[in-house]
Design a protein. Structure first.
Length: 563
């Protein structure tokens, strides 16, 4: 065990505290785009899930005892302030969040939980994307492993991890070395040997994590593993299913988005008579709770572990998963879900969205310079020959159309309209700049140098306006928030397994810590680093309980199948 640090230097902490990723900076844009393209292009050829069959892995048993606490965090490995704030609260011996805030104020009620507070989870589940912007050993060390070791250096139970799309950027190499080599991360012990697993919990509950690499087919070794691992599942056994993405949100745009989840439930859970009343995921960096209308199933997205905030004001109010028009349901019942609590709330989410005008240039200054250089090239093309002007115009419109990228499904009319409108607006800005250039009779390298920041800032405001408007229609919604790199409004979920079922406590962290101090004299299991000011938390919504198995019943809470 490493000695407790006396200060916050990298030499003492054994990791380097990192700033939040600037997602629209030129370096991150180019490197992430290249890694994503390579991962998608070569993923099928470098799929390490096939090799995991060489690593023996059984079912992990935590079913002893009458009660078990479990923490779920996802999308964690970003800037230190946000990542460590979540890790710190999740690692304290107990948590006492206040009750859900009143709808139109900041007043909170007492916590509706156990009188002794909410104890730290015996199990910590990391739900995907444990590192940003791309998987490599150094970023895992600095953005994930290091902060969680500092938050709980000793005596903290077990850890299981699901791989997300960013964990796949290096073909899962670093993920397997960090989480699948039976190494401790601080006080938590990793036991899994593969990127998927099955865990037995008290009172016949199961905890299952699957690996759907970039929404590809589940691989053969994974299917074989779950065939053997779930052999002892009994009728009525309830399952908490951990998946990489909230694919149910995209079923309207892509009816096949939910296929992997539906296939897994239909092939492995349903034949055993098991039930899936709770599905947990990350990938979208917010909290969103969908509950089945007239049924028992809850869909919970809790991706607020540290990465930039995602919007909630664009989430659908009602959705179907699987949808009626899915061609691969094979008799699976159509389940309709209604949106419940979200964090941040929709009004607050919209308020965050409007901050794009000042956060985008402030957080990504190199993006301003990049746009300035592009517009300078456009200016030079427009004051040159007609042929170069036409070529520049075509390149600009083509780039903006490609930028209007759908998050799910194919490109629709609104994506084409958004991209074309965005491109025409940039062309208008170039024309205005060329007219001003001619009117002022500017020339020389000094004028060109001064044109870059002015045009860049104007173009950045244009991009910000485009993102705000287009994001409301589901186009470039991710870029609207990624470019702002919002640290605050984080969340995680604490669950309590008892004989009466699983109680879910969704915890919100409105403001993350930013000032820290070392704790060299604390006990061995106390956090190495503590905030100079307390980090406050509250429950996003009142805790809700999902009933467990009722002995002697096989069709508990089953919704009649429809065709």
């Amino acid at each position: 065990m490493a000695e407790r640090p006396t200060d916050l230097s990298p030499e003492q902490l054994h990791f380097q505290r990192q700033p939040a990723v600037r997602w629209l900076s030129t370096r991150v844009l180019t490197s992430t785009a290249a890694r994503l393209a390579l991962a998608r292009l070569l993923g099928a050829y470098l799929d390490k899930r096939e090799l995991q069959a060489l690593s023996p892995q059984g079912v992990f048993d935590h079913s002893d005892g009458d009660e078990l606490w479990l923490d779920y965090v996802a999308d964690i490995g970003d800037g230190f302030d946000a990542t460590y704030s979540v890790a710190y609260l999740a690692s304290q011996p107990e948590l006492r969040p206040s009750g859900p805030p009143e709808r139109h104020g900041l007043t909170t009620r007492p916590t509706p939980g156990p009188e002794t507070g909410l104890p730290r989870g015996d199990i910590l589940v990391m739900g995907g994307d444990q590192v940003y912007p791309a998987a490599n050993w150094r970023d895992y060390e600095n953005r994930c492993k290091g902060p969680y070791q500092a938050a709980l250096p000793a005596g903290g139970g077990w850890l299981y991890a699901v791989s997300g799309n960013h964990d796949w950027f290096d073909g899962l190499t670093s993920f397997l070395r960090v989480f699948c080599a039976e190494r401790d991360i601080g006080g938590r012990t990793t036991r899994q040997r593969r990127s998927y697993w099955a865990v037995r919990l008290p009172h016949r509950w199961w905890l299952i994590g699957i690996d759907a690499q970039f929404d590809a087919y589940l691989d053969g070794p994974q299917l074989q593993y779950f065939t053997e691992a779930l052999a002892e599942m009994e009728p009525g056994d309830p399952v908490i299913l951990c998946v990489p993405r909230p694919s149910w949100v995209w079923t309207e745009a892509d009816p096949r988005a939910y296929d992997r989840i539906d296939y897994f439930i239909r092939m492995f859970i349903k034949p055993k008579g098991g039930k899936v009343p709770l599905i947990l995921t990350g990938d979208r960096h917010h909290y969103a709770h969908y509950q089945e209308i007239g049924g028992p199933r809850h869909l919970v997205t809790a991706g607020g572990g540290g990465a930039y905030l995602s919007a909630t004001h664009t989430l659908p109010e009602i959705l179907e998963a699987p949808p009626h028009d899915s061609m691969v349901r094979h008799g699976s019942p159509v389940r309709t879900y209604e949106r419940g609590a979200t964090y941040p709330e929709r009004k607050r989410s919209w308020s965050f969205a409007t901050g794009v005008f000042w956060r985008l240039p402030r957080r990504n200054p190199s993006f301003v310079i990049l746009l300035g250089l592009i517009h300078l090239l456009g200016l030079m093309a427009f004051v040159g020959s007609p042929g170069t002007a036409v070529a520049a115009a075509a390149a600009t419109v083509g780039a903006t159309v490609m930028f209007a990228n759908p998050s799910a499904g194919g490109r629709t009319a609104r994506h084409w309209i958004a991209g074309l409108t965005h491109g025409v607006a940039h062309l208008a800005l170039v024309v205005a700049g060329s007219l001003a250039w001619s009117a002022l009779e500017l020339s020389g390298w000094l004028a060109h140098l001064g044109y870059v920041p002015v045009a860049g800032l104007a173009a950045t405001m244009l991009v910000a306006a485009y993102l705000l408007v287009a994001g409301g229609f589901g186009v470039n919604e991710n870029e609207l928030f990624a470019g702002q790199c919002i640290d605050d409004a984080k969340c995680f979920v604490r669950l309590r397994v008892t004989a009466s079922g699983v109680t879910v406590y969704p915890v919100a962290i409105p403001k993350v810590g930013r000032l820290w101090k070392a704790e060299p004299d604390g006990p061995e299991d106390a956090s190495w680093i503590s905030p100079e000011q307390p980090i406050r938390s509250h429950l996003i919504e009142p805790p809700f309980t999902i009933p467990g198995k009722i002995p002697g019943t096989e069709k508990i809470h089953e919704v009649p199948e429809t065709t």
